[in-house]
Write a protein that binds this ligand. Sequence first.
Ligand code: CAA
Length: 387
Amino acid sequence: MNFNLTEEQQMIQAAARDFAQERILPVAAEHDQSGEFPLENIQAMGELGLMGIEVPEAYGGAGLDTIGYVLAMIEICAADAAHGTIMSVNNSLFCNGILKHGSEAQKDKYVRAVASGAEIGAYALTEPQSGSDASSMKSRAIKSDDGSHYVINSRKSWITSGPHARYLVLFAMTDPDAGANGVSAFIIDSEAEGFSRGKIEPKLGIRASATCEIELDDYKCPVDCLLGAEGEGFKIAMGVLDAGRIGIAAQAVGIAQAAYEASLAYARERKAFGREIGSFQMIQAKIADMKCRLEAARMLTLKAAWVKQRAQATGQRFTVDGSMAKLVASEAAMWISHQAVQIHGGMGYSKEMPVERYFRDAKITEIYEGTSEIQRMVIGRLETGLR
Ligand code: CAA
């Protein structure tokens, strides 16, 4: 076992940290308040290679590994989780799926555009009536008689980056009688006829990452925008989420790290009853538990990244590792940010300090890309072999 980072991993970590400290941290609170999408920063992150970290250089990415991606996500999310949400959807849910299942032409056109930061990508699985039960979607795609395109009618909800996405990977039923095996994946262009955006979601946290409903009304999707084969869509969606969940685990570690560091600084500095509050055993116990949970979450997330990396050669699934990392890291982020608010007392409840933002942002990591209940179900099913 080797815990040392490679030179390339250290480089992307340092580049992400510098960008996060210089460009994101100074504007994070402002974006959280206004809910304004940080488009300029996202484009600049694209230029730095942060929007396609694992995308080969041939398609405009940084050509690095999953550990590099996790390290960069942690740094970005420690400054602002909303920037991290946009980054993780571009990297894990959009580029990763097309790289794995797309044709050469699809990779060249869509991955290049999103990995470079020139365009924003999104992933459209959830529908108003189907969140956790993803295969019960109502979206329909019917192939035209001449076989040149699919006509898609669909209503998707909770689409991260939806208001700004140029391209989306969208899932719809081509064979509704076949259940999960009747789902297909499509690459959608938001500038084409039949595409429209609906309600923008007002959210508790990650407020600068815009989220909206998407509607396709007799949208004509050319056959060459089918991703993978007909009927493979659900497995593509789940495989992509296996990778996405590692990104969300990294996001949770970033939020937890920021909450921990803020608490440590406050505990050393704030005085009560004539001494630093960090000298009280009750605060020290909190700091110790926060540190243990933070490092356990970090280790499980890096391990999942390593397993995913190895799976590139073996083709094995890394579903359990991704789910374990997300489950443990998201619950750690929620717990640590909760303790951080408590350590800060009244200041933890105030918008003058960032800890209340960490607390609000942490919550989403237990919900999106599969709730904690779904992660437990995935792990439990695969470990027991029973359902
Ligand atoms: N990789 C490959 N194949 C997989 C897979 C995986 N990870 N998971 C399931 N499959 C396959 C199964 O093997 C099965 O194949 P066969 O029919 O050949 O046996 C098929 O897919 C159907 O699987 P299940 O029977 O397990 O399907 P299910 O209907 O019981 O659902 C579930 C399983 C785990 C609950 C799944 O629906 C799920 O993960 N739900 C949560 C959805 C989710 O995470 N949504 C997040 C939305 S995206 C988002 O949040 C993005 C954002 O905003 C940032």
